[in-house]
Design a protein around this ligand. Sequence first.
Ligand code: NAD
Length: 296
Amino acid sequence: MTTIGFIGLGNMGGPMAANLVKAGHQVKGFDLSEATLDQFARAGGVAAQNVNAVLDGAGVVITMLPAGTHVKAVYLGDDGLLAQAQPGTLFIDSSTIDVESARIVADAATKGGMAMIDAPVSGGVGGAEAGSLTFMVGGPDDAFAAAKPYLEIMGKTIVHAGAAGNGQAAKICNNMILGISMIGVSEAFVLAEKLGLDAQSLFDISSTASGQCWSLTTYCPVPGPVPTSPANRDYQAGFTAAMMWKDLKLAQEAAIATGAATPLGAEASALYGVYCNGGDAETDFSGIVRFLRGDG
Ligand code: NAD
């Protein structure tokens, strides 16, 4: 049994930490929200009173926070985790954040004698609950090897994508594909409606033809063809449009910083921005089909 510190026990972090508890580890957790911390304690975790209290006896610390600003605030500075932890502590940041912040924090960890990986996830709240997340990992080989047994409790597919920041790079590239493909599939269904082609027929053909992709076959944005997709429950999220917009903005920041040409990524980010600001930020990202149809 290992003592594990866990900071950020929200929609994703809560069930991830609960799976570590179920696997027999002692998990000391902290979250700014009292209600979230109470829920964690009910799942068998030990509630800590502040960020640094999770370090007490912990050889491994996992963070699952909203954005790069939160991650830098928790890790850096004289009161931050890296200054307060015992040298050799293993840090795993599973938040989805910008590549630059991930590399700044990883660099500070190395300088402070800590092991660190960035390990953002794909799979959503369902994957976090089921322990079936995909982890995309950036960082040194030895830190990856040390983290893997813990990642395997929370996830099913664990991929080492290279040096620090590469986990975040993989995450934003993947989600840029996803955002663009969801808009593409949605446009096709809207055009099909105008042409008098029913959704099931388009699905039956495209799902076995060259238009096949995850946005079509697993997460179909219109009700009917894929009964488990959010379209069948009035676009109740799954993966919110706000989260998709966040990831598309991270991809655009990275594209600007590196000079990569991503015109469709830029357009997808703009469309999700309009969709979110129209009041649909908390609906599922596949709901963009309603906006494209003009009824959302
Ligand atoms: P969330 O808002 O539910 O949870 C974040 C938690 O962090 C909150 O409970 C908040 O109180 C806590 N927090 C913020 N600052 C803190 C601090 N200084 N100290 C302690 N706690 C602090 O968000 P989430 O859905 O769990 O997402 C977390 C991360 O996972 C994000 O980066 C998100 O992009 C990523 N992600 C989410 C999903 C999803 O489907 N929800 C999927 C993949 C990746």
